[in-house]
Design a protein around this ligand. Structure first.
Ligand SMILES: Nc1nc2c(c(=O)[nH]1)N[C@H]1C(S)=C(S)[C@@H](COP(=O)(O)OP(=O)(O)OC[C@H]3O[C@@H](n4cnc5c(=O)[nH]c(N)nc54)[C@H](O)[C@@H]3O)O[C@H]1N2
Ligand SMILES: Nc1nc2c(c(=O)[nH]1)N[C@H]1C(S)=C(S)[C@@H](COP(=O)(O)OP(=O)(O)OC[C@H]3O[C@@H](n4cnc5c(=O)[nH]c(N)nc54)[C@H](O)[C@@H]3O)O[C@H]1N2
Ligand SMILES: [Mo]
Length: 766
């Protein structure tokens, strides 16, 4: 069943640049989506998978975590990029033992991620041992035996269990139970690199680490601020929700350094207006902010709201809400009583009048939602920026009423669920006590390593066994060069994966690749028949997901089965947890979850209802805030922004329209007008000139952090409408420039949107 894979790798000199687009989707989106699907999987498989996507009893899209409608569902409840994610997974191209025999590690190390991922789905477990030049086939039994042996041979603290956020609830629950049964909380996950800052800001201020809105709230909001995110590419179904808000008379403000197409106009290919008309205009106001300027912006907005309240008492502050539910408004009021407009301009690049316009929109709105993603979470002062958003929402009582609230827009399709299931290096005592009581184990209490700590542990040779439940750790993290070298010094790396990636190539001394079922595959090799999994979306809705496609190989095992067998091989027959019972029937896992994780009572029965169920969300449900003092908290932070030294710019890293994190679907960033290439630096025209370069010059990039430099070669400068002083490059190519200690304070999220860089002509000395 092998379909031919592209043989060419990336030729960066094929770069074509056209003007950025001003609308997202349209008919072209459908054409691209179907084209990719059919090329990978053929017509029948593409139709079967896409028609099941995001339907009741269907497959949860493996793309983003945006929720599905709980009411009417369209026949096509997916977007271009969801369709690409499915095409990528349902491909008929296969990576068999013959592939590994043909390509040595030395050869694979020269391939790009695009080439690796495009080879197809891995069909058999494979191993590479010290001295081997190639991976070769291994039986499942031997693979598990090897894992058990290596884990038993070391101490729990030197084992690490990473999770990428596609892992379903049941697998995530079993995985954390496995780590804790061994005796470690070393459970880093992709969330550490993503929305950790959101949790760090929300938990102490509103008493929950999640968003407080539903999809219906988005439709009903009077005003939505879309800050630091690129929904046209990364959450395309969000555009339909924003369009519905507009149709209902709502207003939208976009805050972003880049004029992302999806912020301006959405041509919904599923409505006549989107096909032949002009689409729906989205943003009423666009604040083209400097990278890192949002804290200053939200402080200025807070000042303007308080000023208006002073002018017309009662017109802005929801006094009843504030008095009953919050603490700290006086200190906030005092801190925001003055604003330095010159400094605000320096931080944000925005004119005072533009900020005042948005303040007026906030004043006029009785139901405001603020949405954000990575543009706000990956900077040194991210946690304070997000706390400032909470201040604004609290002031106007925007919690627990229709059309209002805080909306962190999550990444991986089950990243939120994985955390709910206990994949966290800093578990709460309640969770551990419940686990211990349920299973008769003694969970470790000492906090474990997060993703950034894990990179550091690798670099300092403090890891013996690294297990990766999905993901591509080598490329997703900071300090790529150092990390790749360090990963090769680890005793055992285990990659539970669907497709080949760089982490398989930068493997430990011994390494296993364990091929698993994806979301779209049927999972029916169990004594109790076909199994169903569950996921939680960005808005705390828990529902089922099941694949309907025949797996490309009969040798794939489901993630719960792989975890159960790793655990059994490591912990033996005497361990109190019945791993096999869970792997045989996922209802058993769910029964355990119902007794351990709050909000999951009667899990099996409730999951079977039409729309699944919504987890309790005290701020949204009852305006209650489970902080230490039982009240929501206003907070005061000093102004902070990024000011690069002379001759330097701030570099933010972004996703192109043709990628899913480290997986490349193609080489086009269609909305931004970049084609056929990825090693580009988007940069303001005047910065190019001032630095003595010209458009399309080839440069080497040098980052500096606390006096330490990193270098990445051969990027092409592309003049782009980004603010002065702010450049952008694609992730993961730019990760070699990321110093691992450049992180957001409190959350330890990498500062992927806050590098300080300069350029030199390609090939010249620094
Ligand atoms: N198709 C597709 N979908 C995806 C993904 C994917 O790779 N491909 N990834 C998934 C994952 S894991 C995640 S976490 C999400 C990521 O979703 P996004 O957060 O949308 O992803 P990024 O590409 O990092 O885009 C960051 C946006 O923030 C803006 N920005 C950067 N710095 C600042 C700033 O200082 N202030 C403001 N206001 N804006 C700023 C950038 O210009 C850019 O528009 O998407 C998920 N969905
Ligand atoms: N510079 C920079 N770096 C970043 C970011 C950034 O914005 N800028 N964003 C960060 C963020 S938000 C995130 S979430 C991380 C992403 O980090 P990861 O989640 O670690 O990376 P992915 O690229 O999503 O993982 C892709 C791999 O997952 C495997 N896979 C796919 N589907 C499945 C499945 O169903 N099961 C299993 N077991 N495996 C599967 C495939 O083998 C594929 O190669 O990167 C972070 N790194
Ligand atoms: Mo993410």
């Amino acid at each position: 069943m092998t379909r031919s894979a592209p043989i060419e790798d990336i030729n960066e000199s094929n770069l074509v640049v056209t003007a950025p687009k001003t609308h997202a989707a349209g008919v072209e989106a459908v054409v691209v989506a179907l084209d990719r699907g059919i090329a990978q999987a053929g017509i029948g498989r593409t139709a079967r998978s896409l028609l099941r996507l995001n339907q009741r009893d269907g497959t949860d899209c493996p793309g983003c975590a945006w929720p599905e409608s709980r009411g009417h569902r369209k026949t096509a409840e997916f977007c271009e990029n969801g369709a690409k994610a499915v095409a990528e997974e349902s491909t008929l191209r296969t990576v068999t033992p013959a592939f590994w025999a043909e390509h040595s590690i030395a050869e694979l190390a020269t391939k790009t991620e695009y080439w690796l991922g495009n080879q197809g789905r891995i069909t058999h477990p494979v191993v590479i041992r010290p001295g081997d030049t190639h991976y070769s086939q291994i039986s499942w039994d031997d693979a598990f035996e090897l894992i058990g042996e290596k884990i038993r041979a070391t101490v729990p603290d030197r084992t690490v269990f990473y999770t990428s956020g596609r892992t379903a609830n049941e697998s995530a629950f079993m995985y954390q139970l496995f780590a804790r049964s061994i005796g470690t909380n070393n459970l880093p996950d992709c969330s550490n690199m993503c929305h950790e800052s959101s949790g760090s800001a929300l938990n102490p201020t509103i008493g929950i680490g999640k968003g407080t809105v539903s999809l219906e709230d988005i439709h009903q909001a009077e005003l939505i601020l879309v800050v630091g995110q690129n929904p046209g590419t990364n959450h395309p179904r969000m555009l339909s929700a924003l369009a519905e808000c507009k149709d209902n008379g709502g207003r939208i403000v976009a805050v972003n350094p880049l004029p992302e197409a999806g912020l301006f106009n959405f041509m919904d290919p599923q409505t006549p207006k989107g096909v032949v008309g002009k689409g729906t205009n989205l943003a009423d106001e666009f604040l083209q902010i400097k990278v890192g300027g949002d804290l200053a912006l939200f402080q200025a907005l807070g000042h303007l709201l308080l000023e208006e309240e002073a002018r017309v008492p009662g017109s802005v502050i929801d006094h009843e809400f504030v008095a009953a539910n919050t603490d700290g408004i006086e200190a906030y009021r005092a801190a925001r009583s003055v604003v330095d407009w010159d400094e605000t301009k320096k931080a944000t690049g925005l004119e005072r009048a533009a900020i005042e316009t948005v303040a007026q929109l906030l004043v006029a709105s009785k139901a405001t939602i603020i949405c954000w993603a990575l543009g706000l979470t990956q900077q040194p002062h991210s946690v304070n920026t997000l706390k400032e958003i909470i201040n604004l929402l609290l002031l106007q009582g925007n919690f627990g009423k229709p059309g209002a609230g805080a909306c962190p827009v999550r990444g991986h399709s089950n990243v939120q669920g994985d955390r709910t299931m206990g994949v966290w290096e800093k578990p709460k005592e309640d969770m551990l006590a419940a686990l211990d009581a349920e299973f008769g184990i003694v969970s470790p209490r000492e906090h474990g390593l997060d993703s950034v700590d894990t990179v550091d542990a690798f670099v300092h040779d403090r890891v013996d066994v690294f297990v990766s439940m999905g993901g591509n750790f080598a490329l997703a993290c900071s300090d790529t060069d150092m990390l790749e070298k360090a990963m090769q010094r680890v005793g055992l790396t285990v990659h539970v994966s669907t497709k080949p990636n760089r982490s398989h190539v930068m493997h430990g001394k011994t390494s296993l690749i364990l091929p698993t079922l994806g979301r779209t595959d049927t999972d029916d090799k169990h004594p109790s028949g076909r199994q169903v999994l569950s996921v939680e979306d960005s808005m705390s809705v828990v529902r089922t997901t099941q694949g309907r496609l025949e797996p490309v190989s009969e040798h794939l095992l489901a993630e719960p089965v792989i975890i159960a067998r790793m655990a059994h091989a490591t912990l033996g027959d005497d361990h109190p947890v019945d791993w096999k019972a869970m792997a045989d029937n996922y209802d058993v896992v769910r029964d355990h979850i119902s007794r351990v994780v709050p909000g999951f009572d009667d899990f099996n029965a409730r999951l079977k209802t039409k729309n699944g169920f919504v987890l309790p969300n005290p701020p949204r449900d009852t305006r209650s805030f489970a902080t230490e003092i039982g009240l929501a908290r206003f907070t005061v932070s000093p102004i902070e922004y990024l000011s690069p030294p002379e001759g330097h710019l701030i570099l933010q890293t972004i996703r192109s329209h043709d990628q899913y994190n480290t997986t490349f679907y193609g080489l086009d960033d269609r909305y931004r007008g970049i084609k056929n290439a990825r090693r580009v630096i988007l940069i303001h025209e005047d910065d190019v000139t001032e630095l003595g370069f010209a458009d399309r010059d080839l440069v080497d990039v040098i980052s500096t952090f606390r006096g330490v430099e990193r270098r990445a070669d051969a990027f092409r400068l592309v003049v782009y409408p980004t603010p002065r002083g702010c450049a952008a490059a694609y992730f993961p190519e730019a990760n070699a420039l990321m110093h691992r200690e450049l992180v957001a304070r409190e959350s330890n999220t990498p500062g992927y949107k806050a590098m300080t860089v300069r350029f030199v002509r390609a090939g010249t000395a620094a």
